[in-house]
Design a protein around this ligand. Structure first.
Ligand SMILES: *Cc1c(COP(=O)(O)O)cnc(C)c1O
Length: 359
């Protein structure tokens, strides 16, 4: 920190992204990327868009907004494209929370939520999950009055646990907090969760916002693209903030990639089905080896073994060229989050695991 850095942010603890090693070739199961390439039409669409790089991109991302509205069965005014879902989440937290309007979220969930709170000077209302990592919706009722919450953010399915709630539980939380916005982070919904988009189609509850990403189920993590699907007045609020920060937030190549990805429904469905099948095999095999594995609705499994602490197993797998994610947090030290890779990658993972733990 230089002496010029604002003291206001002296205590800020930035988000720590999962390792992205550039030197050694790992079997990389640590950041929930998709093991398969994007839809076959994406590369040509990106190359064509690159021809026009001298011109600014469309600040409304009109072509992608229209394609997304059709995909989700809503109107274009119900869609906002973001530079990753991270940007849409940040815009929403900036728009709906303030120093006297906390953000409420679970103690075990996506690690970026508390970072945005620190960055924007927003207090955090942290609600512990149950002992088994399930979320009790009743804990979230009435937070708009009890805590004066400006927004509640719930990852559904959750990360890093992989556990999911039915969509109606989220809608009920929104109804029980009429003075706050409920942001449902559906980064993993395509792998088995139940989406809240049908509530946006109906326009009820009016305070329910869905955020999705192309990073996981559409193999575009490096393209940085997310979508917010919400009632029009909430999208308009996010746009006010977006146009005060970064109007050209989606570059030409990424917008083209998004349109091409949405155009190929068959590829998308096949990709998600392949991940689900590999996930079922991996969970079964881990359980056979004595692991506890939470029921996953995502493209990762959350697991622990009584035979070795999570941190040690993480390090020994890394020594053998396999990267998984370990979180150094009180409730999570025993656990590993293992991204579902291709069947070949999972073979490599299990070979390393058996060398470490025995058969
Ligand atoms: C991966 C992830 C994101 C971020 O997605 P990007 O679109 O890559 O920014 C947001 N929320 C959760 C829960 C995630 O796991």
């Amino acid at each position: 920190m230089s002496r010029y850095f604002t003291p206001e942010l002296a205590a800020l603890e930035p988000y720590t992204p999962g390792e992205q090693p550039q030197n050694r070739q790992y079997i990389k199961l640590n950041t929930n990327e998709n093991p398969y390439p994007p839809a076959p039409g994406v590369a040509a669409a990106v190359a064509e868009a690159a021809q026009k790089l001298a011109l600014y991109s469309d600040p409304e991302s009109g072509a992608l907004t229209k394609a997304a509205a059709e995909w989700f069965g809503v109107k274009p005014e119900n869609i906002l494209c973001g530079n990753g879902s991270d940007e849409n989440l940040m815009l929403a937290i900036r728009a709906f929370c303030a120093k006297d309007r906390p953000l409420a979220f679970a103690d075990v969930t996506y690690g970026f939520y508390p970072v945005w709170c620190q960055l924007f000077g927003i207090p955090q209302a942290v609600l512990p999950l149950r002992e088994d990592f399930t979320l009790d919706p009743a804990d979230y009722y009435g937070l708009d009055s009890a805590k004066n919450a400006g927004a509640i953010v719930i990852a559904n399915p959750n990360a890093p646990t992989g556990l999911a709630l039915p969509a109606r539980a989220l809608a009920e939380i929104a109804r029980r907090n009429p003075n706050a916005v409920v942001i449902v982070d559906e980064a993993y919904v395509d792998f088995g969760g139940e989406s809240c988009v049908p509530f946006v189609q109906r326009g009820e509850p009016a305070n329910l916002m869905v955020v999705q990403t192309f990073s996981k189920s559409r193999s575009l993590a490096g393209g940085r693209l997310g979508l917010c699907i919400a009632p029009q007045p909430l999208i308009a609020d996010l746009k006010r903030v977006k146009y005060s920060m970064n109007p050209y937030n989606i570059n030409r190549m990424t917008e083209a990639a998004g349109v091409a990805a949405l155009a190929d429904r068959a590829y998308f469905e096949q990709n998600c089905a392949a991940i689900r099948a590999t996930r079922a095999d991996a969970a079964q095999r881990l359980r056979q080896m004595g692991f506890t594995v939470l029921d996953s609705s995502t493209n990762f499994v959350f697991a622990r073994t009584p035979r070795m602490p999570g941190g040690e197993l993480y390090r020994r797998l890394k020594d053998k060229g396999v990267l998984v994610r370990h979180f150094d947090a009180p409730r999570l030290t025993d656990w590993l989050r293992i991204t579902i890779g291709s069947p070949e990658q999972m073979q490599g993972f299990f070979a390393a695991l058996e060398e470490i733990l025995g058969r």
